[in-house]
Design a protein around this ligand. Structure first.
Ligand code: NAD
Ligand code: MG
Length: 399
């Protein structure tokens, strides 16, 4: 019997975090939970500590960490509770941790995920914002420290599965690959008339037709910024030039992405839209593991549809391609502005259609730099956030 694999889940109380716990709960003897982490919700993390017995629990918020420590002490559970960024970085790099599921949402995930890469872990990357924000730096850390990077985002996991074994990121051409076809459902507003988009509510934007996800990525899916972030993510993960990445709208979300080869072959990965499949894939790679996901029934599916994306209806997609073309910290600025704008939309301070306007305004106002030092990346991220907040405040004041 092999030793169990030590797993740390950054962002365990989220949608991807919960799906990860569901998968490993089906294979108790294969995995040992080393650490679970959350932002502020100590009640949710307490419940997970009771059911999964981690050695460590980390709350980003110090007061929530104190509450969690008290709760665990009261029931006599010997879990070491840590707080803040230092706690997150520590559990991501502990010797007992073999694999790190990076499932914090947004830029907050960058430093703990980077710590995992620098500690040579197998990094299961769901936190796409970390890669969008700091692509060159993150990929260099993975290479230099010999970490193993496996994509969890369903599209990138699908592409990974369709690549030849031993694929290296030094150019698709060498592997006989012509293009990457990144599929997207088009979100809940694919068929909505453009003039109705201005009045969309957060509840409508978060009601995705095929996937159940956290609120931030749900809004990103509705604006299609999510697909834009995924284009940038694919660029870094697979060394694909922007013109080698094509977005294809596929409303049923059954094909999760495809790789087109020089000889005309197209390989696709299919499955029901449930994150437990890519999670189980990355946990078991290069083997396979049962995930609990229902198997496909092709006779019931009947048909699969495809269409080209509409860059006018979804300007965020255009902005993401543009930021990737500019390079340097332009994607950092795009991501930061988007995070601020999405939060403002969720709080009722910005219209749905103004998310793209805010991002475009911030990209025009903040000058990018080379994205090769952490200091520069964090500085441009912070500046873009403050410019986005100012723009939103001025907008609200003038309305
Ligand atoms: P979520 O909002 O459901 O969960 C986010 C997790 O991060 C929670 O555990 C939360 O406590 C933690 N967190 C939030 N802010 C934090 C902070 N400042 N510091 C520390 N921890 C913090 O999000 P999700 O839908 O699970 O998505 C997580 C990541 O995975 C995102 O980057 C998303 O783009 C990506 N992703 C999600 C899905 C999906 O199906 N949900 C699919 C593909 C990729
Ligand atoms: Mg995705």
């Amino acid at each position: 019997m092999n030793e169990p694999i030590g797993l740390t889940i950054l962002g365990s109380t989220g949608s991807v975090g919960a799906s990860t716990l569901d998968v490993i709960g089906r294979h108790d003897s294969r995995f040992r939970v080393i650490a679970l982490t959350a932002n502020r919700n100590d009640e949710a993390l307490f419940a997970q500590c009771l059911s999964h017995n981690p050695l460590y629990a980390v709350m980003a918020d110090a007061m929530a960490a104190d509450r969690l420590r008290d709760r665990l002490q009261a029931v006599g559970r010997p879990v070491e509770v840590l707080a803040g960024l230092a706690g997150l970085e520590r559990v991501a790099s502990l010797p007992a941790t073999d694999y790190v599921m990076a499932a914090i949402v947004g830029a907050a995930g960058l430093l703990p995920t980077l710590a995992a890469a620098r500690a040579r872990k197998r990094v299961l990357l769901a936190n796409k914002e970390a890669l969008v924000m700091a692509g060159p730096l993150f990929m260099a850390a993975v290479r230099e420290h010999g970490a193993e990077l496996l994509p969890i985002d369903s599209e990138h996991n699908a592409i990974f599965q369709c690549l030849p074994s031993g694929f290296a990121t030094d150019g698709l051409g060498k592997a006989g690959i012509r293009r990457i076809l990144l599929t997207g459902s088009g979100g809940p507003f694919r068929l909505t008339a453009p003039e109705r988009l201005a009045d969309v509510t957060p509840e409508q934007a978060c009601a995705h037709p095929n996937w159940s996800m956290g609120r931030k990525i749900s809004v990103d899916s509705a604006t299609m910024m999510n697909k834009g972030l995924e284009v940038i993510e694919a660029h870094w993960l697979f060394g694909a030039a922007p013109e080698q990445i094509e977005v294809v709208i596929h409303p049923q979300s059954i094909i999760h992405s495809m790789v087109e080869y020089e000889d005309g072959s197209v390989l696709a990965q299919l499955g029901n839209p449930d994150m437990r499949t890519p999670i189980a894939h990355a946990l078991a790679w290069p083997r396979r593991l049962a995930s609990g996901v229902a198997f496909l029934d092709f006779a019931r599916l009947g048909r699969l549809d495809f269409q080209a994306p509409d860059f006018t209806q979804f300007p965020c997609l255009r902005l993401a391609f543009a930021a990737l073309a500019v390079g340097g910290t332009a994607p950092t600025i795009l991501n930061a502005a988007n995070e601020v704008a999405v939060q403002a939309f969720l709080e009722g301070k910005l219209r749905f259609t103004e998310i793209a306007v805010a991002v475009e305004q911030v990209l025009a106002r903040v000058t990018g730099h080379a994205a090769d030092t952490l200091q520069q990346i964090l500085a441009d991220d912070a500046l873009a956030r403050s410019v986005a907040c100012e723009w939103i405040a001025a907008r609200a004041g003038g309305a």
